[in-house]
Design a protein around this ligand. Structure first.
Ligand code: ZN
Length: 176
């Protein structure tokens, strides 16, 4: 069953997704072997940015996949937004206490992302989703990422950094 990205609380500008479950621990990231070396490299950089700007609960990249890990792979569907950028999917089940438990997290990115900065930005944005953040209305935050496409061509972004709003969001997740 697919979970909708539910906003359970509004704190500052960012929004937390099901922080009760997601924020308890950082799931290791597994990179699908289908990813090109270009996209593997930008994934490593996104993880480095995350780890260098957050004092604890670092993301680990695992060479071995486990079902509880966050898997990053290419998107094969035809949603027009995801087809060009990325998305995070949660799969879970409703527990007897009526709370959602998340079983799987999948990051999917477009195989057509050619710009390096945009790739790092998109992966970093999706990593923050897997940590329990939803979108923000603060300009310049990673959770307010805007990818501009003109005439079918993606315009590259600035090289990403977490801004204060992103960091405040992460700091409000359990065991940050
Ligand atoms: Zn998003």
């Amino acid at each position: 069953m697919l979970l909708q990205l539910l906003s359970i609380s509004q704190v500052a500008a960012y929004t937390l997704i099901n922080a009760h479950d997601v924020g308890n621990w950082v799931r290791p990231l597994y990179i699908s072997r289908s990813l090109s070396s270009r996209h593997v490299m930008c994934t490593f950089e996104a993880v480095n940015i995350y780890n260098s700007q957050t004092p604890s609960a670092h993301v680990i990249i695992s060479p071995i996949w486990q079902p509880s890990y966050v898997r990053i792979s290419y998107y094969n569907g035809d949603d027009p937004t995801t087809r060009r950028t990325g998305s995070t999917r949660y799969t879970g089940h409703l527990q007897s206490n009526n709370e959602w438990s998340i079983d799987r997290m999948n990051i999917e990115i477009s195989r057509d992302i050619t710009h390096h900065n945009a790739c790092v930005s998109i992966v970093l944005h999706e990593i923050l989703h897997t940590r329990g953040l939803y979108h923000s209305d603060v300009p310049g935050s990673i959770m307010n990422l805007t990818i501009v496409i003109i005439g079918g061509e993606m315009i590259d972004t600035e090289y990403p950094v977490l801004n204060d709003d992103d960091i405040e969001g992460l700091s409000n997740i359990n065991n940050y």
